[in-house]
Design a protein. Structure first.
Length: 425
């Protein structure tokens, strides 16, 4: 029965089990009760199903939802097995989060990429689990979930953890700690006492009414919601500036260094022919065995550019990847294990993935694909280790536009705050 706790499980009406289970209609006034949308696909005999959340499996007017209230049947015998230590600034943020938790409030952690946001959550998660609370750590991006999973499990080795995302094969289990994509929250109802949304500004969550509905519905009425991001949305910034949400700032990375700034170089159309200056940069990377990522605007660019690089420097091992790549996880892991020197990628790797000691090249940074926040996040891929806290962020462009300047200004602004903070230490 525990698989129904805090869940919404869709079953045909004729299969509904009534004994002890709460039965809810899938639609009320034509609104889907799983995703909160009205987006129907008409079936015969005046029946229909919801197109909006079809990706999670069909929910139709022929179905009902089964659930049980979340009972928090968890042991409070919890151990924080993480042996690291927070910096003074991280500790300040962590204490502020504990205060918000005691009030069942909301809190924005506005911290530069590489500030150690995950580690700052550990005392908060520990406190919640000690009180037998149920905790969800969610993100819009599968890559973020895949990278977070071993870190969370290592920090709470004696706590059962469920990892939920679209392509996983493991069956759902009832656990006190859940790590999932935001889409998966549509399957929960009033389940979580603490919800942490990592990379809250990223696609597809930001501005998505369905996913926002799912996250809100998955929380208990009395619960705590934490937003984590280096680049808050305008909506969150406005809410923070108006004092409507508690906010913690951290402009220094965990190793106390600043964000690398974006350097621009103007080139001709790189899709027609890779400029000499670009080839020289790549040859320097190969000679120095410097690992790197290349970001491009379009999926089609990944394979094409990778082929061009291999034709000029065949000895340098690399690959290409995008969201539509069936081997995406394997290629990312190959880069992580240093089996290849580089990846040509879309913005799918702009955040949530850490490759220590890399440099970054951006082709076509002026194109619509790259937003101001995306460029800042891409810059944040560099300098993420104590051993190499700096590095190159090189944008090759045909012209410089407002969003590139805005991204550069945003980084400089955070670095200015970081310098001021360092001077206070």
């Amino acid at each position: 029965m525990d698989r129904y706790y805090g869940r919404q499980i869709v079953v045909p009406k004729i299969d509904a089990i009534t004994a002890g289970l709460k039965i809810r209609p899938c639609f009320i006034n034509d609104v889907c009760q799983r995703c909160g949308q009205i987006n129907h696909y008409i079936l015969p005999n005046q029946q229909f199903y919801c197109k909006a959340c079809f990706i999670l499996g069909r929910v139709s007017s022929l179905d009902v939802m089964l659930s049980l209230p979340e009972p928090n049947h968890f042991s409070n015998q919890v151990e924080l097995t993480w042996k690291g230590q927070l910096t003074k600034q991280q500790n300040r943020v962590s204490n502020a989060l504990l205060k918000t938790f005691s009030k069942n409030g909301e809190h924005l952690v506005w911290a530069v990429t590489g500030a150690g946001k995950t580690e700052m959550m550990f005392p908060l998660i520990y406190m919640a689990l000690k009180q037998s609370k149920r905790v969800a750590i969610v993100s819009p991006r599968v890559d973020v979930i895949v990278e977070l999973a071993p870190r969370i499990q290592e920090a709470f080795m004696n706590t059962d953890l469920a990892v939920l995302y679209g392509d996983q094969n493991e069956a759902y289990q009832y656990t006190p700690l859940v790590l999932a994509t935001t889409h998966q929250m549509l399957n929960f109802r009033a389940a979580f006492d603490l919800m942490i949304i990592d990379e809250v500004d990223s696609f597809p969550y930001a501005g998505n009414q369905m996913l926002e509905y799912g996250v809100e519905k998955a929380r208990k009425q009395l619960s705590t919601l934490i937003y984590l991001t280096a680049t808050p949305t305008k909506k969150l910034r406005k809410k923070s500036n108006a004092g409507l949400i508690a906010t913690s700032y951290l402009p220094l990375r965990f190793h106390q260094n600043l964000l690398p700034e974006i350097v621009t170089k103007t080139i001709n159309d790189w899709r027609k022919k890779l400029p000499t200056k670009c080839l020289k940069q790549l040859q320097t990377f190969y000679k120095n065995q410097q690992r790197f990522l290349i970001f491009v605007p379009k999926v089609a660019d990944t394979k094409t550019l990778c082929k061009v690089i291999k034709s000029h420097i065949p000895e340098m091992k690399g690959d290409f990847v995008s969201a539509s790549d069936d081997l995406r996880q394997e290629k990312v892991e190959s880069m992580r294990q240093e089996n290849i020197q580089y990846l040509v990628t879309t913005t799918i790797l702009e955040r949530g993935v850490t490759f220590p000691g890399i440099d970054v090249i951006i082709f076509g940074a002026e194109e619509d694909t790259f937003t101001e926040n995306a460029l800042v996040q891409i810059a944040g891929r560099v300098g993420r280790s104590k051993e190499r806290p700096t590095g190159l962020v090189q944008a090759y462009v045909q012209h410089i536009n407002f969003k590139i300047l805005a991204a550069q200004r945003q980084i400089k602004s955070m670095n200015k705050k970081g310098r001021m903070l360092k001077n206070q230490l």
